[in-house]
Design a protein around this ligand. Structure first.
Ligand SMILES: [Zn+2]
Length: 454
């Protein structure tokens, strides 16, 4: 008899059969819990038939495993009601071993639900349900080191969600279900040592700013350069599209095809690309004016300090010709509401969250290609997979209270001669090494998404 094939102490193997893609194992429980779930007071029970169970277990040697066993049905003498005995290590609700339930949770972090379902021999929906429970547990244990420079951005997954990053270490710290002020305050308030955060780079989303000012009053809000600059290209695009109606189809398509070249910085173009761009600009004076305006706008960010940046911007705004004022309008509007925060960029820390843009694009694709991920599942996958964690060892100085005289004396009471020993309230400074988790390493995340491993 194959005694130990299951390696589960609660089940005794009676028989074992191997068919093409499956192992079938007949087993019986070594012991069962006989306490009546109805009245909870009696172990005085008698047998009342059997309930055949088909329980899935961990795949073995690449084959699915099915355990057949009979769960005793019992009748409680005092209350007269019947129940199925509880079998250790079996999740009866799911008809799976408990270890399989854990395994599915862990596997689902690193593989698609479809892959896990296929390995175990169950449907994807069940995998998703098991995973949702597992993710809830992980969420409760989730702990990240609080960054000094935090980034806040948005990602659109069904609706706008918040993306929180560590700008110094290029990691993903969290994803929030939405971008409401209360959600952000709640998140910030839950951070350990949140006073460590000196700067927060955000897009121009008012609830971010208000939440930070409320929950992190000491930190400096910086509008991310990326979002300010991008408006230059968006305005140029509006001008290009406004030409569409007056253009023959072929020209329109050609211009659309080359739109990315127009949004590149002029100095980044090689000779060949420069020729293409200048060709378009010569044909359309309005486009040429918009292009030059865009190039000048970008130069605001070449300023050496905030005063110079403001000067450059003010001069630029004055130079907008009337025929382009509509297309470029969002820029003055944004600068009016966000000016001090935009200019904070030019002080000490020129932080940008731009590195998250490629990540956002890839996560959106993962969500769209739909392995049926809910937002919570996707969040858990990108945040909790062990292989994605970026860890660091840091030296930390801690104050250790020096032992008092009478504590040092090991039970023997010394006379204190009328006063406490001089060092009674002193501290020693000790250096300890501890490991911290900086969050999801974004380069690794991007690689695994590309390789289809997540
Ligand atoms: Zn009972």
């Amino acid at each position: 008899m194959p005694v130990n094939i299951l390696n589960l102490s609660g089940l005794r193997v009676l028989d074992f059969k191997e068919i093409e893609r499956e192992y079938h194992i007949k087993a019986e429980p070594v012991s069962v819990a006989r306490l009546c779930p109805h009245c909870g007071r009696s172990q005085e029970v008698i047998g009342h038939g059997k309930l055949p169970l088909y329980v899935r277990d961990l795949p073995t040697h690449g084959k699915q495993v099915m355990i057949h066993l009979d769960a005793p049905r019992l009748m409680c003498k005092p209350c007269g009601r019947t129940f199925t005995a509880t079998i250790p290590e079996v999740d009866e609700k799911r008809q799976m071993t408990e270890r399989l339930v854990h395994w599915i949770g862990r596997q689902s972090l690193n593989y698609t639900f479809a892959t896990v379902a296929e390995q175990v021999g169950i449907d994807e929906k069940t995998v998703r349900n098991v995973f949702d429970e597992y993710a809830t547990q992980l969420k409760a244990q989730h702990k990240r080191d609080t960054p000094r420079w935090m980034g806040m951005d948005e990602i659109y997954l069904g609706r706008a969600r918040g993306v929180i990053t560590n700008i110094e270490d290029h990691t993903l710290v969290d994803m929030l279900p939405d971008r409401k002020k209360e959600t952000i305050i709640q998140f910030l308030s839950g951070l350990e040592h949140r006073d460590r955060i000196t700067h927060v780079a955000i897009d121009m989303w008012r609830p971010y700013r208000e939440a930070i000012q409320e929950a992190l009053p000491e930190s400096i809000v910086v509008v991310d350069k990326y979002h300010v600059i991008r408006m230059g290209n968006e305005s140029l695009e509006r001008v290009r599209r406004s030409l569409n109606d007056s253009l023959p189809g072929k020209v329109r398509i050609g211009l659309k095809h080359d739109r990315k070249l127009l949004t590149m910085r002029e100095h980044e173009l090689n000779d060949q690309l420069h020729l293409i761009v200048s060709g378009w600009l010569r044909s359309f004076p309005l486009l040429e004016a918009a292009y030059k305006l865009k190039e000048e706008y970008f130069k605001v960010y070449d300023a050496a300090n905030r005063e110079e940046a403001l000067e450059r911007y003010t001069a630029w705004e004055k130079s907008i010709p009337p025929e382009l004022s509509h297309a470029f309008k969002p820029i003055p509007v944004a600068w009016r509401s966000w000016r001090p925060y935009i200019l904070n960029h030019f002080d000490d820390a020129r932080l940008t969250n731009a590195f998250t843009e490629s990540m956002n694009a890839k996560i959106r694709k993962m969500y769209r290609d739909g392995h049926g991920y809910s937002f919570e599942a996707l969040r858990a996958k990108v945040l909790f997979s062990d292989q994605l964690q970026k860890r660091a060892r840091v030296q930390e100085k801690v104050k250790v209270k020096r032992k008092r005289f009478d504590e040092v004396s090991d039970g023997i009471m010394y006379m204190s001669f009328g006063r406490m020993p001089a060092y009674a309230q002193e501290y020693d400074i000790k250096t300890v090494t501890k490991e911290i988790n900086l969050g999801t390493d974004i380069p690794t995340l991007l690689r695994l998404i590309d390789e289809g491993q997540i």
